[in-house]
Design a protein around this ligand. Structure first.
Ligand SMILES: *Cc1c(COP(=O)(O)O)cnc(C)c1O
Length: 401
């Protein structure tokens, strides 16, 4: 028994028990799964191999030259010349939060396109950093037209516009062509969530005038989660550097991180936090694989594989939620047919076939499944397996009988 006697307040409810024996929990043995949900996807074997290389210090010249490789490869992958293009320590949400923490100043009007779950998350983050959030909405699964965005910018005059390029909760791809120019004409910065688009769906950040973009590694880059790509244009950096207040997040203060990971001309790099070295090896390898394949080839592969999957779905009478012209190749939401319990289906996938697919999120919970064919997993063999599993899992509930 613990000695909490006499304590008042919240601690009084706890008993302190000394740990006297070492727990015997055995060897770690995670199951081998095919990860075809909304992420993580399976990492490329070469990425796993890179992660097991020996550590170096994060101020070692070898680390600094590796960081330069990562930045160059990221610029290629995103089609941008932005000097500030880095891997943030943390998952995609950390890079998302870095955008809001650094670019939103208290009182800034932030216009956010909400057509799924991640627009809501972005709104939440913007408001936490003092942004005055204005949301524009279309039903989940649809995208915003250029005219809609234009009208909203003219009406609300935001300083920042946030759009989700690839909405992983719905499977919709938001067109961004021309949107950057539109924002700049009205004195706003364009922020784009590219977590589920990077390297799987065409991304032309400079051509589209995107000022800040963030991504994740565990989707189309086929790298475990842990670091996340982030890029700021000169416009975005200028806004950050002109801030009079301190960024309200120490860890994600990109002014400080920049002097660590980017440095200036002749400036020495100073310690900020310890970069996750093994994750840096991982993203370097993942991006090298992207460059070896070539972006155009990689985008085409994702599309071709997705098209085969959609054709197969049609054959078994299953229908994607999103209209074909706005459908993401990397993530397909499939409508749950009437009378089918979606969670029983995902359980058959997992228990019988060792395959993870996703259930619906937010407004779409219970209405769709989410199937990711991302990066290393975007392959015809996986399409065949997924379709066969759907047939079996649905037949178990009497579908098509
Ligand atoms: C996965 C995802 C995120 C969040 O990334 P985490 O790595 O889970 O933190 C943000 N936006 C979109 C569109 C995503 O798909």
């Amino acid at each position: 028994m613990g000695s909490t006697e006499g304590l008042t307040g919240p601690l009084a409810d706890y008993e302190c028990t000394a740990i006297t024996t070492a727990p015997q929990i055995g060897q770690l043995n995670p199951p081998h799964r095919l990860l075809c949900g909304p992420g993580p996807g399976n990492a490329h074997p070469r990425v796993h191999a890179a992660m097991s290389l020996p550590e170096i210090g994060h101020l070692d010249p070898a680390f600094i030259s590796m960081m330069e490789d990562i930045k160059r490869l990221l610029r290629y992958t995103w089609q941008t010349n932005n000097e500030f293009t880095i891997p943030v320590s943390g998952t995609g949400s950390a890079a998302m939060e870095a955008c809001m923490a650094n670019l939103v100043e208290p009182g800034d009007k932030v216009l956010i396109g909400v057509n799924g779950y991640f627009g809501l998350r972005l709104s939440d983050m913007a408001s936490r950093y003092g942004g005055v959030v204005v949301q524009i909405k279309v039903p989940w699964g649809q995208v915003f037209s250029f005219e809609q965005i234009k009208a909203a910018i003219e009406e609300h005059k935001p300083t920042i516009v946030g759009l989700i390029h690839a909405e992983t909760s719905t499977g919709a791809a938001q067109p961004l062509e021309g949107v950057g120019q539109l924002c700049h004409d009205h004195g706003a910065l364009l922020v784009a969530d590219c977590v589920t688009s990077i390297s799987g769906v065409p991304c032309h950040l400079d051509k589209w005038g995107v000022d800040a973009a963030y991504a994740g590694t565990q989707k189309c880059l086929s790298c475990p989660p842990g670091v996340s790509p982030l890029t700021f244009s000169k416009r975005a950096m200028d806004k950050l550097m002109a801030r009079e207040d301190k960024v309200k997040n120490w860890y994600l203060d990109m002014k400080m991180v920049a002097s660590y990971l980017v440095g200036g001309k002749g400036a020495t790099r100073s310690y900020h936090h310890t970069a996750p070295i093994s994750m840096c090896y991982a993203i370097r390898e993942a991006l090298t694989i992207v460059a070896e394949e070539g972006l155009e080839t990689r985008w085409a592969r994702h599309r071709e594989v997705a098209e085969a999957f959609w054709a197969g779905l049609a054959e078994i009478g299953l229908e994607p939620l999103v209209a074909k012209e706005h459908r993401l190749p990397s993530l397909t939401t499939v409508k749950v047919p009437e009378g089918i319990d979606p969670k029983v289906v995902t359980k058959v996938f997992l228990d019988k076939y060792q395959i993870e697919i996703g259930n619906g999120l937010g407004e779409l919970a219970g209405k769709v499944w989410r199937i990711g064919l991302m990066g290393f997993n975007s392959r015809m063999d996986n399409v065949a397996v997924l379709l066969a599993c759907f047939k079996d899992a649905l037949a178990q509930q009497g579908y098509g009988a």
